[in-house]
Design a protein. Structure first.
Length: 274
């Protein structure tokens, strides 16, 4: 189980922060932003920083996951952040990251959500023509109204509009699913949700699970993570979900509220015992 679990690491100023934290937690993979939310700007790193990073990266880490910044919204009918996404992908490729996690976004400027799904399909089709070396993982969210991808059926519709649907994979966030209204805290709800995933996008397309708890109620539409096992989903339900026979092969990334190194180790230890 241990090599199946990574965490999201916050990077504020230096590229080496990622490696220092990952090594302290004894991880074989991790996820990060290249655009800290505090600054909204791509983090700076020098040629020497890259050289040092790649030396250790090649020795100690397997797949690496970059999370696209929230400035990117390919479902928008107006400014969708596509150029920003291209810059972030270029950073990721330079550092030999293998996957990019992307929120589908919101159909801003649209009357109907279907317009946003069309815009997202157009953006992804363009991206797939340009990018061959990084895997795009589209993540479910928890918002309502014109948000694309909170309802898993949106992704089923999207796949019919993708020129090469085999290029598109998915990341399922447990906290987002629960906050949207999928009751994965109950056995019946988990069974129903996993069946829906299989019938809409296909389990084989899910390449990452964001293993998160939430402080919010079922169907709140609010994205606010809790320390794993201390939220409204709970440890037992999260363990049962990710250990389901159809899902137990999928890598996990934990996106906790900011924790001390000791507390984050304790969370990883808990999950490694599952």
């Amino acid at each position: 189980m241990k090599n199946r679990v990574g965490v999201h690491i916050r990077m504020r100023a230096r590229l080496n922060e990622l490696l220092e934290r990952a090594e302290a937690l004894n991880l074989s993979f991790f996820q990060c932003f290249f655009v800290p939310q505090e600054t909204g700007k791509l983090i700076y790193f020098s040629y020497d920083d890259v050289r040092k990073f790649l030396k250790i990266r090649r020795l100690k880490f397997d797949n690496l996951y970059c999370h696209a910044s929230y400035w990117v919204n390919l479902s928008s009918l107006g400014n969708n952040g596509y150029l920003q996404l291209q810059r972030e992908i270029a950073f990721a490729k330079r550092l030999e990251f293998t996957h990019l996690v992307l929120h589908a976004g919101t159909a801003r400027g649209a009357v109907h959500k279907n317009e946003g799904i069309d815009a997202l399909a157009k953006g992804l089709n363009n991206l797939f023509k340009q990018e061959q070396d990084i895997i795009i993982l589209l993540e479910n969210t928890c918002h309502s109204n014109l948000a694309v991808g909170s309802d898993i059926v949106d992704f089923q519709q999207l796949l019919t509009k993708i020129d090469n649907p085999d290029r598109l994979a998915f990341c399922i966030d447990t906290a987002h699913a629960y906050s949207y209204g999928y009751d994965i805290a109950s056995v019946e709800g988990q069974t129903s949700f996993i069946k829906k995933l299989d019938e809409t996008i296909g389990i084989e397309r899910i390449q990452l699970i964001h293993l998160n708890d939430t402080v919010e109620k079922l169907g709140s539409f609010i994205d606010r993570h809790a320390i794993l096992g201390q939220g409204t989903i709970g440890e037992d339900a999260l363990r049962n979900f990710v250990m389901h026979p159809l899902l137990q092969h999928i890598p996990l990334i934990i996106e906790s509220p900011e924790l001390s190194l000791e507390k984050e180790r304790a969370v990883l230890e808990m999950v490694s015992m599952w």
